[in-house]
Design a protein around this ligand. Structure first.
Ligand SMILES: [Zn+2]
Length: 706
């Protein structure tokens, strides 16, 4: 076995390795059936070696630097590595298993070092600088000029201007940071599993429907060790609040469930204690930011987004904090009154919130997930909801391709076609939860669209819907319907990408912009023409009664005080940890809780009744990497989302075809979705809207306006 700690030798990948050559399935869909575990390691090593050789050829090219021999050559490099990693990440995320996770942990620091090999290579940076200096003579098109600027920025942010000893220090920090991020993620998953709550007395499950009770019984059978002899096992979901808290009438059980959730990673058991890891991460990220010339990690991250500065992020979050907390307190007063009828003199706790909020929702809106679910069948939601809206707005159509296989049973593939019948790309749907699959919902790309490489997009949506017993329909909650629309908004961003360079393709936009198209797509689930179509009884085909639809639409800002406050709690924690200098990071695991408390109190969202959506010890967005110092992104992009929803309504009012306005859809596609990161994303927004975004529609939507 080669020594993984050093740069791998250039070795040819044996021809029987499926990653050795491009996949030949339609649209370059990976041939999962051909891939086995033992293919990954040699393909990753050979892929890194091949890309290093490609970079070396660019760096040592004697010809004058130009677009073709520098920018395009960079864009074309790394094919083997790319196709290997996309399959590895897909299987690790959606199928899981110790072998794949071990492989990911082993590879993470190698990949960090691999990135450093490019971005700390002064010869390549010098070539980019030469191209930039010659730019006036080269007559670059806008996208090429933008790409060049992005590359130069990435090199600078990655430390190209540091001295040799500083670069050595940086390489060490990068390697350690990714190792810790992987460690955090894996511990967070362990803590999620370990937090499962056995229930010995079935009477305590009062409030749950039969199907849910049966699912909890299946959990206990599937995981006898965790069930410890109990007949039912409640498994945990990622955020602090657990869905069952809304339905369990046993107050003590609710308390135990929330406690199991919020103490995850806090040293309940050593295996899943994340505190030491997160403290070291906060410190090392702060050190790296200092080394690169930034005040702290939050400043380093904000600069790479559309926010630009940590101060802008802070100002935005602080502006929302006080009105959100005020609304949450008003909501608490209403819930307290309800609790009083059940438990005279009782004190409302965080574990009661979901339960009484659900009761209030039922009383006020007469809405009940159990009443709605028979009308929300997955296939119908997709075909007559998600796909239908896309057809009406953009003219595209969906054709299932049962001849094309995903990576495991139940993964479905659709070919997406343009109005004229030509192929646009593939949409892959993996909707069901399974043991080993990571929690939550997400989109990613198997193939990124690029005209340079002649590629059309292949995009994937992952959800975690509990699979029904064989032969039964998949009935969704209203929230799961929202997730379908949301993730499909990301899918559209990938599918409509129409750019030259793969680096700028589709969803490769800054993190504080990427949620914008997906949030916009949620608007169609409540469009009268769409909901009237997909919400039909799975057995009778009867539409959801109009008075229920009216109530769904009337929900508006109900519960937004709580939702905004718990979100802001997490976003502010994420900022607080990453605004520290290295010396300010606490050193003892016991200090984590106190730090959290102080940070939340300082921001005015330290409400006991509304714990943050994620506490630090299981905040994978922040410490697993990916959304570190960037969890603010969701509300940041919601400003654009709320504006765009308003714009669609305005455009629809001009036309005759209801909210699903084909002309407006086309414009959204052309000015925004198709552009990917081929120009400044805020320029795309301005092209659509005719001006900069205003925060007012967001404040109105969340009930935060003064
Ligand atoms: Zn999203």
């Amino acid at each position: 076995m080669p020594d993984l700690a050093t740069a791998p030798e250039v070795t040819a990948l044996s021809a029987d390795n499926p990653f050795a050559a491009p996949f030949t399935l339609p649209y370059g869909l990976p041939d999962f059936a051909a891939v086995r575990l033992e293919h990954f390691r040699p393909a990753v090593l050979a892929g890194m070696a091949a890309q290093r050789a490609e970079w070396e050829a660019i760096a040592s090219d004697e010809a004058l630097p130009n677009v073709a021999n520098t920018l395009e050559a960079l864009e074309r490099s790394g094919e083997i590595l790319r196709r290997t990693m996309v399959v590895l990440h897909t299987l690790a995320g959606s199928v899981g298993g110790d072998d794949l996770h071990a492989l990911e942990s082993e590879i993470a620091p190698l990949l960090a070092a691999h990135g450093d090999a490019l971005y700390l290579d002064r010869r390549i940076f010098d070539r980019l600088e030469s191209v930039a200096n010659a730019a006036p003579l080269l007559d670059l098109d806008d996208e090429t000029a933008w790409l060049l600027e992005q590359y130069r920025k990435t090199f600078v942010r990655a430390g190209i201007r540091l001295t040799d000893p500083e670069q050595e220090q940086l390489r060490a920090l990068n390697a350690r940071i990714v190792t810790l991020e992987t460690e955090f993620s894996q511990r967070a998953v362990r803590s999620l599993v370990a937090g499962a709550l056995p229930v010995h007395d079935p009477a305590r499950l009062a409030g749950l429907d039969e199907g849910t009770v049966a699912a909890l019984a299946r959990n206990a059978v599937d995981r006898p060790d965790d069930a410890a002899g109990a007949g039912h096992l409640i498994t945990l979901q990622l955020p602090t609040q657990q869905p069952l808290l809304a339905r369990l009438s046993d107050r003590k059980l609710r308390g135990a469930l929330l406690e199991a959730s919020r103490t995850r990673g806090s040293g309940v058991d050593a295996e899943s204690d994340t505190r030491g890891v997160l403290l070291e991460l906060a410190k090392l990220r702060a050190e790296r930011a200092r080394l690169l010339g930034y005040e702290h990690h939050a400043a380093y991250i904000a600069e790479d987004g559309t926010a630009l500065t940590a101060e802008a992020v802070r100002a935005m979050l602080e502006r929302l904090a006080a009105p959100a907390a005020r609304n949450a307190r008003l909501e608490a007063a209403e819930l307290r009154a309800l609790l009083e009828t059940d438990h005279p003199g009782g004190t409302l706790t965080a574990a009661d919130w979901g339960f009484y909020s659900e009761r209030l929702r039922k009383e006020r809106f007469d809405l009940d997930d159990d009443v709605l679910r028979p009308y929300l069948e997955l296939d119908r939601v997709l075909t007559d909801g998600v796909f239908h809206a896309a057809t009406a707005l953009f003219g595209i159509t969906f054709h299932e391709r049962p001849d094309l296989a995903g990576y495991t049973d139940g993964v479905r593939v659709w070919e997406v076609k343009e109005e004229d019948g030509s192929g646009l790309g593939l949409f892959v749907g993996d909707f069901y939860a399974r043991a080993g699959k990571r929690g939550g919902a997400w989109m990613h790309s198997f193939v990124r669209q690029s005209r340079l490489l002649g590629r059309k997009p292949v995009v994937v949506n992952n959800l975690n819907i509990t699979a029904p017993p064989p032969g039964e329909p998949t009935l969704l909650t209203w929230d799961e319907v929202r997730t379908c629309f949301h993730e499909f908004g990301h899918a559209l961003h990938g599918l409509f990408s129409d750019v030259h360079y793969p680096t700028l393709s589709g969803t490769s936009v800054p993190r504080d912009f990427v949620e914008y198209p997906s949030q916009v797509n949620e608007m169609w689930m409540t469009d009268a023409a769409v909901v009237g179509r997909f919400a039909r009884h799975h057995r009778t085909g009867e539409p959801l009664p109009q008075h229920l639809i009216d109530k769904l639409l009337a929900l508006g800002a109900y519960g937004e005080g709580f939702a905004t406050t718990e979100y802001l709690g997490a976003a502010l924690l994420d900022q607080a940890w990453h605004r520290l200098t290295p010396g300010e990071v606490p050193t003892a695991p016991e200090e984590v809780e106190g730090f959290e408390r102080a940070a939340l109190d300082a921001a005015g969202v330290g409400l006991d009744l509304v714990p943050p959506r994620y506490r630090s010890t299981y905040f994978n967005h922040s410490f697993g990497g990916g959304y570190d110092a960037a969890y603010y992104s969701y509300i940041w992009s919601e400003v654009l989302d709320a504006e765009t929803v308003e714009w669609f309504h305005h455009e629809a009012a001009q036309g005759a075809d209801g909210g699903l306005n084909r002309a407006a859809g086309q414009r959204f596609r052309e000015e925004l979705l198709s552009r990917g990161f081929s120009r400044d994303p805020l320029a795309s927004f301005r092209a659509l809207r005719g001006r900069d975004a205003d925060i007012a529609p967001l404040l109105a939507r969340r009930g935060l306006a003064e």
